[in-house]
Design a protein around this ligand. Structure first.
Ligand code: AMP
Length: 418
């Protein structure tokens, strides 16, 4: 039986890859312009890092992690997100000794055992950016501004930036208590998971997709009303800095984000073109994460963009597959040898050139050149070898010209790469 990929794990085929390369290149360029540097983190970490970082009573940790025991009996997990790993790397390598502020970005796959559907996969890619070491609200606004600038440069329209504040360890407990009281009165409406969440982590009821749980939340108290003066001030300044940067946003008091580490600023960008899985990106501040994973008291803020959703929003006509500059059609053994030499030398010069390894008929070679959308075809046969000239055909305007066989590499490189 033919072996197929696992459900929720996708291939990204050559036809689509151009869009992926385009967004990755743009992210690198824009983020580096904002002072960020790339970091690469491992695919696998100790389970403990995510359990403590993301929170034991979150959907990700409770039921979505790819966790396994390795041959030495260690519990390991395929990373479900990047922030905890980036924080771990920052602490482990003491990046704070170089500069108090670290601006890092990361591009790579994440793994969550979710129910696959359009826009939701078990392996999916994220572009992550994080700033460690700054508590000032101006950095919250800068991170969001960079994100919105990037999405605009990708060419996305009709996006909505939603923001909220989730409070801090001083004011969140009061809110948690108020939410718990409210939900307890409606516990008969809650699903089994949410009934459990009531005692473990009532905020997580906001993540539940069950209709009756959503209804139960209808009149739920809003975290924003419970902010302490410091958190209120922080949020006010974030909004002011966002306005100064010319960004429009709406307040979404029900947005709590699915991970426990968020404090204060939380944000999401949604696209109404996406259907039910409409969040392109989300992020926020996490001033307790470093301590949760056993490190120093370091504030952080960042976001993660879902690449599958991002790429799906890029219009179809933006075809990015690199076109073939040249196809060399050779006829006969001597021409085949000549073509081999030419292809070899042009490859070393960086010219995207193809030819027919099997030396088939001219007709089938031309058909293939057409299919590969070659911009030029060079034809070499016995006659051309005798006359010392090869025929170069422009496949767009169908014009033809003869080129001398000596010095052909230089001539071709110049012609086809113009
Ligand atoms: P999160 O790390 O949950 O805050 O998600 C950040 C972004 O990653 C979301 O806004 C989505 O665009 C994307 N994302 C999260 N989970 C998935 C998934 N299972 N499949 C595809 N994209 C996802």
């Amino acid at each position: 039986m033919e072996i197929k990929a696992i459900r929720g794990f996708n291939d990204i085929l050559p036809d689509e890859i151009g869009k992926w390369q385009f967004v990755e290149k743009l992210a690198r360029q824009i983020f580096e312009g904002f002072g960020f540097s790339e970091i690469r983190i491992p695919v696998v970490e100790r389970t403990e890092l995510f359990a403590r970082g993301i929170g034991e009573a979150t959907d990700i940790v409770e039921k979505e992690m790819y966790t396994f025991t390795d041959r030495s009996g260690n519990s390991l997990t395929l990373r479900p997100e990047a922030t905890a790993s980036m924080a771990r790397a920052y602490l482990e390598h003491q990046l704070y000794t170089f500069d108090q502020v670290a601006k890092l970005y990361f591009i790579g796959p994440m793994f969550r055992y979710e129910r696959p559907q359009k826009g939701r996969y078990r392996q999916f890619y994220q572009i992550d950016a994080e700033v460690f070491g700054v508590e000032n609200p101006s950095v919250d606004a800068e991170v969001i501004t960079m994100l919105m600038h990037f999405l605009k440069e990708v060419g996305l329209e009709n996006l909505e930036l939603q923001i909220n504040s989730l409070g801090c360890r001083n004011c969140r407990p009061q809110y948690r208590g108020a939410l718990k009281d409210y939900l307890e009165k409606r516990s008969f409406q809650l699903c089994e998971d949410c009934q459990r969440r009531l005692s473990t982590n009532p905020l997580r009821v906001f993540d539940c997709k069950v209709e009756t749980c959503r209804e139960a939340l209808g009149e739920a108290p809003k975290v924003i009303r419970y902010l302490c003066p410091e958190c209120q001030d922080h949020f006010k300044k974030v909004k002011k800095f966002l306005s100064m940067a010319g960004l429009q946003f709406i307040l979404n008091p029900a947005m709590v984000r699915g991970l426990d580490y968020y404090t204060r600023t939380a944000f999401e960008v949604v696209s109404y073109q996406l259907g039910s899985q409409n969040a392109v990106t989300g992020g926020g501040r996490y001033d307790n994460l470093f301590q949760e994973i056993g490190g120093l008291d370091i504030p952080g803020i960042g976001f993660a963009i879902g690449m599958e959703r991002l790429v799906s929003l890029i219009p179809k006509e933006k075809g990015f597959r690199p076109s073939l500059s040249l196809f060399i059609a050779a006829l006969g053994e001597r021409a085949y040898q000549e073509a081999y030499q030419l292809v070899h030398q042009l490859h070393l010069q960086g010219v995207r050139v193809e030819w027919d390894y099997e030396g088939r008929s001219l007709k089938s070679q031309m058909r293939r050149a057409d299919k590969l959308k070659a911009r030029y075809v060079l034809i070499i046969g016995e006659n051309e070898l005798t006359s010392g000239k090869a025929l170069l055909r422009n496949m767009e305007d169908k014009s033809q010209e003869e080129l001398p066989l000596d010095n052909l590499v230089t001539l071709l490189k110049k012609k086809v790469q113009d």
